[in-house]
Design a protein around this ligand. Structure first.
Ligand SMILES: NC(=O)c1ccc[n+]([C@@H]2O[C@H](COP(=O)([O-])OP(=O)(O)OC[C@H]3O[C@@H](n4cnc5c(N)ncnc54)[C@H](OP(=O)(O)O)[C@@H]3O)[C@@H](O)[C@H]2O)c1
Length: 304
């Protein structure tokens, strides 16, 4: 298959591209960071009007995966208009263009569409109640995509892995700071389900191959708080877990509101894929193996 990936320089985009290259032809879309990627790259700013049709005309993909977003929560609070265009309007335009051309479309959304007040795991049937600009625009993007194209897949995700900037994911945050002997906070009152980004990439490809459609929670199989995640990372990498201070997210100085419970059920996903979702510990082992094998440096090299 020919796969077009927007946001190819992002944490998910780059890792998805590398995973997909094993079996598919990959074309990435970026804004100029990827200078020597091992796949074809089209240079486009998605905020320019009319670019979606031109991209699809040029790439002629079978599948489009939209990994482009304004994904920094505090930046979304600062630039709500840009967040709305990128996170809410463009997904609808892409979904519409793909429906017309018979291109299978996946759009990425977030666990943060929920307000986090539920006891237990959220299912796809639970009512979202987004709290900040990021979450609101992401929820609008989900709705726009599925309204324009019911055959599309919308995946609510949360993941960790190695990025081009070396500081995009929470996993990198703990590894980098603890390696330098720095004290960091680990929030005990934010529960999430982190998935190793390469597992996520493989899940997305499997969902495409199985021709699934609709809304899915595509997160890790274990719920944990962010402090516990930091401790697990520290132990795996042989770093000092005592440098992580257990703290509440309240009063932490972050601009955008954060939901406390983002435990998402993966029952629908594992039922429809007909298999178990990989364990967190397996993903963490692989994240560490990539580190040992120089994977972070390899992907950063794609910018030179
Ligand atoms: N990371 C997580 O754990 C997490 C959690 C929940 C949901 N998500 C969702 O998962 C998806 C991928 O997230 P991520 O962490 O991979 O994000 P990321 O690392 O911030 O990547 C975002 C990508 O979007 C691109 N982009 C931004 N503005 C653009 C524009 N105007 N034109 C073209 N490209 C543009 C960026 O390009 P530049 O490199 O040029 O800026 C980058 O490649 C997003 O939809 C996000 O909302 C992520």
């Amino acid at each position: 298959m020919k796969l077009l990936i927007t946001g190819a320089s992002g944490l998910l985009g780059i890792n998805l591209a590398i995973e997909a290259m094993r079996e598919h032809e990959v074309i990435g879309v970026d804004r100029g960071k990827l200078k020597s990627a091992p796949f074809r790259v089209l240079n486009t700013d998605l905020l320019q009007r009319g670019v979606i049709d031109s991209l699809l005309d040029e790439a002629q993909p079978d599948w489009l995966v939209n990994c482009a977003a304004m994904a920094n929560l505090d930046e979304c609070e600062e630039y709500p208009d840009r967040a709305r265009i990128l996170n809410a309007e463009i997904p609808g335009e892409m979904a519409n263009a793909c429906a017309k051309r018979n291109i299978k479309f996946i759009h990425l959304s977030t666990d943060a569409v929920f307000d986090g007040t539920k006891e237990g795991a959220y299912t796809e049937d639970d009512k979202p109640n987004p709290q900040g600009v990021y979450s609101k625009t992401k929820l609008d993007g989900e709705r726009a995509a599925l309204e324009a194209n019911p055959q599309a897949i919308v995946a609510r995700v949360n993941f960790f892995g190695w990025s081009l900037s070396n500081r995009r994911s929470l996993g990198e945050f703990f590894v980098n700071n603890l390696s330098e002997g720095k004290n960091v906070s680990g929030f005990t009152d934010v529960i999430f389900c982190p998935m190793w980004v390469n597992h996520l990439s493989r899940m997305l490809l499997e969902m495409l191959e199985k021709n699934l459609s609709g809304l899915y929670h595509v997160v890790g199989a274990q719920a944990m708080n962010k402090y516990q995640f930091g401790v697990e990372v520290a132990r795996k990498f042989g770093l000092r877990e005592s440098l992580i201070e257990p703290k509440s997210v309240e009063g932490s100085g972050l601009t955008a509101p954060r939901s406390h419970n983002l435990w998402l059920s993966i029952h629908k996903l594992s039922t429809d894929l007909g298999r178990e979702i990989p364990e967190f510990s397996t993903g963490l082992d692989e994240f560490y193996t990539q580190y040992r094998q120089g994977y972070p440096q390899k992907i950063r090299g794609y910018q030179q």
